[in-house]
Write a new protein. Sequence first.
Length: 266
Amino acid sequence: MNTIVKCGLPWLRTMAVLVGLAAAGMGSAGTPGVYTQYVEPIRPGVAGFNASTPRPIGKLFTNAGWCSASVISPNNIIVTAAHCCWNRSTNAWIGGWSFSVAYHNGDWVPRFPWQSATVLNSWRVNGDTPSDICLIRLLPNSAGHTVTWYAGWLGRMWDGGTILSQHALGYPNNIGGGNTLQLCTAESFSNAAAGCGGISILNMGCNMTFGASGGPWINRYRSNNYVDSVVHGWQSAACTGAFGTTFNGPRFTSGNIVPLCTAAGC
């Protein structure tokens, strides 16, 4: 049993849901520190923009700074990291969320304010990497349009393998100062060593650091565009690889993204 913790305007409410355990085979591939990284212009009209690049990715502003996020539902719901929503140090919501879709050196359209935020209770209590997922439902912006009206949405994939061709995207401070969307492509891998999370955590080579948190990992990029994880960060050299060359994220399963989407109304 897990609990969905939901922050809404103007109240906080909880919902109990059953959480199932996903079964998958063990696997290990990919290499820490091996990746290809480049800037990915996402706004139409920007030099280098590719029409097949998915637009439902953007910069998430919070009361604590910024993170990265992507739209994963026709119901105007974005996914990001739970540590961008719930601060375990203060045991409170971070708040102040607003989403700038297709951000590139400034907003493309007026930002979208938040309506509700949802995290797993296991993140609030344990802070475990497989629970580091947050869903935020957005309201229309000041122009009266929804985020999906401008950009559409990405698909979702869960209970997939651990050896996958991944494209991770985000707005890291260490590359471009958080002003341009950056992309890393690499093969993901898990680490079965004790304390490393096994198949519940995906790792991949990438040099993005702070600010990329919550950015989507996309499988079948520029075709089906299935989000199967989000950027968590770095665990240790033994589990993840050297800091600044490899990061990890929660593998989407029927035990994390599915109950979250059910509660949030994906």
